[in-house]
Design a protein around this ligand. Structure first.
Ligand code: G1P
Length: 306
């Protein structure tokens, strides 16, 4: 990694079919499903911009035009809102991306895995450290900087690659990349990092080296691209980012960062619901109404009293 470099580019692999959310995802990409008043992708994009990124690379496919349209300027709509004096709404669509940030779209024509999706971004990223963000993992840090900013700061001060991790129940290791990072294995306290000794994609609970799971935030040395190009299909017959990171460990320092914040797995129905509840209860104008609606619904079920 060119030492002490600040990341500027974030890669968003968004070419997945989102079959878990059918029938909605028959026409709406899952990244466009709303959490209260913003599509899921916006939360990850805001986190990347907060971390200092000015180039957002979306790895997409022909079914995801809605994502490109969302980040495009909507001249006609802007003019109409302007004319109608709807300045508040106008501001909402104008601040989707700040002026210094650009969105770039690259195509992943075949679904060959997360590692392959990241490799598709190489022509745009080039030879500099960069972020990978999986928008399904919505991470919210109410008390301070977002997860990617925490990681970018760490990468900048150490020159290392950084992967976000959190503890999961042992029964769940088969759903995640799992790392062995002995320095931070002992305590569950947030905002700690430790060197990764090994990493394995979705091991069974019996074979997992720990219960520290990789969640969808990575800051990576560009060397990962040449490793990905040589990575054979792994788990599920797909080219896995985890496998290339396992190769990177032999050459460079990769840190596991136990981030500060709450992660919502918006790739699952329940995670999406949890995120919706959390953001609704925190919303500037909707929180009171949302809390009332939730109390009423729970009372109706006999779970809480009126
Ligand atoms: C991917 C990665 C996995 C990581 C997970 C985080 O898996 O392959 O290593 O732990 O994202 O969300 P996926 O959830 O796409 O199957």
């Amino acid at each position: 990694m060119p030492d002490r470099t600040r990341i500027r580019k974030a890669v968003f692999p968004v070419a997945g079919l989102g079959t878990r959310f059918l029938p909605a995802t028959k026409t709406v990409p899952k990244e466009m499903m709303p959490i209260v008043d913003r599509p899921l992708i916006q939360y990850a994009v805001d986190e990347a911009i907060e971390a200092g990124c000015d180039t957002l690379v979306f790895v997409t496919n022909r079914y995801k035009h809605a994502v490109a349209d969302y980040f495009d300027k909507a001249y006609e709509l802007e003019q109409k809102l302007e004319k109608a004096g709807k300045h508040q709404q106008l501001a909402l669509i104008q601040k989707i991306l700040p002026p210094h940030v650009r969105a770039v779209f690259v195509t992943q024509s075949e679904a060959l895995g997360l590692g392959h999706a990241v490799l598709c971004a190489q022509p745009v990223v080039g030879d500099e450290p960069f972020a990978v963000m999986l928008p399904d993992d919505l991470i919210w840090n109410k008390r301070g900087p977002g997860a990617l900013k925490q990681m970018a700061d760490l990468a900048e001060s150490t020159g290392a690659s950084v992967v976000a991790v959190e503890d999961v129940p042992r029964a769940m290791t088969g759903s995640y990349g799992i790392v062995d990072a002995p320095d931070i294995a002992g305590s569950a306290e947030a905002n700690q990092h430790g060197r990764i000794q090994s990493i394995v994609e979705k091991p069974s609970p019996d074979n997992a080296p720990s219960t520290l799971a990789v969640v969808g935030r990575y800051v990576l040395d560009p060397r990962i691209f040449s490793l990905l190009a040589q990575t054979p299909p792994g788990k599920g017959g797909e080219i896995q980012l985890t496998d290339a990171i396992a190769q990177l460990l032999a050459e460079k320092t990769v840190l596991a960062h136990r981030f500060q914040g709450t992660r919502y797995d918006c790739g699952s129905h329940l995670g999406l619901i949890e995120a919706t509840i959390a953001f609704a209860l925190d919303h500037a104008t909707l929180s009171e109404g949302a809390a009332q609606a939730m109390r009423a619904a729970l009372a109706e079920m006999g779970v809480v009293e009126h």
